[in-house]
Ligand binder design. Structure first.
Ligand SMILES: Cc1ncc(COP(=O)(O)O)c(C=O)c1O
Length: 373
């Protein structure tokens, strides 16, 4: 029983299926770090982590330490990598107390972690983030050698691997990704030349996993493909993925409008001829992008119908002219299937000029979630 007309359904079986698809694309020896940051892309941190743990994933990746602590508090025992690193003495204490694996990219966090490791008489596993061309977090790949030498001076730290991030692995032109892979490989070689073992180097995101086998190294970091989404709406996956999130609401009211009637805020839509409309129970306050105004689609009575006018905070208006037998209370599907028709996160992303990541996050975090085991 829910007290909202809108419901987000998370299909954990499909999540398990997508993990199996990741395994089919990689060498059996390659490890997987399942990316569960930002509440598992809106799918629910704990539920997703538990399913991945049950299905034999080797580790999890979160953005910030509070997400790692939540996982530990709820009994997740897997290695957890903190992708955005740590900043304070308190963070480094929590790392040691909870056996977490931070990513490092500056001397300050090295000092903090090494100090804490010494105090507690423990070794801390770390990953070193290097920038191979993303232009984001990490030390420049050319400086990886001196930085790794520095790490070798700290006995309490164990460098499990280098990591870097691909900026363009979903693009049809492979040139830039090849450069990034080359830069990464050279840094790994440098580290090994210094005597480091580096057992878990990792570079590949979903696009890398699906399109660039030579980016896999010892560990891969799938995010969006676990959730059944694509790195970009135009990307062609090499094998099928199943959608994990669905989102539906209901028709609140059906009514007839005469010719030249304005619809919703700002009157960006006027009827051309008499129209039948359905007012549906979710809007941008429930996670639908406002940019679906006059552009998006919804499934009603098994038909894909247009969103007309401006998307409101908790309602959208759909043109159901010619669709038979629609009544108040009928199901309206924003994301998922109804009858023969379907709408994917990538469809919504395409209509609203974004990527499915943002769609899942915003829908998943705005409404009540129900889990299907
Ligand atoms: C460092 C890092 N690794 C892996 C991922 C997963 O990427 P994707 O969801 O494209 O697979 C992300 C996501 O943004 C990331 O920031």
């Amino acid at each position: 029983m829910t007290f909202s007309p809108n419901i987000v359904k998370i299909d954990l079986q499909n999540l398990g299926f997508n993990l199996t698809q990741v395994k089919r694309l990689i060498d059996p020896k390659t490890r997987i770090m399942g990316i569960v940051k930002s509440d598992a892309y809106g799918h629910g941190l704990l539920e997703v982590a538990r399913l991945l743990e049950r299905n034999g994933i080797e580790s999890l990746g979160v953005a910030h330490i509070h997400e790692a602590l939540k996982l530990r508090k709820h009994g997740i025992r897997l290695p957890i990598i903190i992708l955005c690193g740590i900043r304070s003495g308190q963070d480094s204490e929590e790392v040691v107390n909870n056996d977490l694996t931070p990513v490092v990219f500056d001397l300050q966090s090295l000092d903090l972690l090494a100090g804490e490791a010494l105090r507690k008489g423990k070794r801390i596993n770390i990953h070193l983030k290097i920038d191979t061309g993303m232009g984001r977090l990490g030390i420049p790949h050319e400086e990886a050698g001196p930085f790794m030498k520095k790490i070798l001076e700290y006995p309490g730290l164990r460098l499990e691997g280098l990591m870097s991030h691909l900026s363009s692995a979903d693009e049809p032109d492979y040139g830039f990704t090849r450069e990034q892979i080359g830069n990464f490989q050279r840094a790994v070689n440098t580290g090994r030349g210094l005597g480091l073992d580096l057992p878990l180097n990792n570079l590949a995101n979903s696009a890398g996993i699906m399109a660039h086998r030579d980016s896999h190294f010892e560990m891969v970091r799938p995010g969006i493909m676990l959730y059944g989404g694509l790195p970009s709406p135009e990307f062609h996956p090499p094998l099928p993925l199943r959608p994990v999130m669905g989102f539906s609401g209901i028709v609140l009211q059906v009514k007839d409008l005469p010719d030249q009637t304005p619809v919703s805020y700002g009157r960006i839509y006027y009827t051309e001829g008499p129209k039948k409309i359905a007012i549906v129970s979710a809007g941008y306050g429930d996670g639908l992008p406002r940019s679906l105004s006059n552009r998006g689609k919804v499934l009603i009575a098994g038909k894909k119908v247009d969103i007309i006018g401006t998307v409101c905070m908790n309602m959208v208006i759909c043109d159901i002219t010619g669709v038979r037998d629609v009544a108040d209370g009928d199901e309206a599907v924003f994301l998922g299937t109804q009858g023969e028709e379907g709408i994917t996160g990538d469809d919504i992303a395409g209509w609203s000029d974004t990527i499915s990541y943002e769609i899942f996050l915003s829908i998943g975090q705005s409404s009540i979630r129900e889990y299907i085991e």
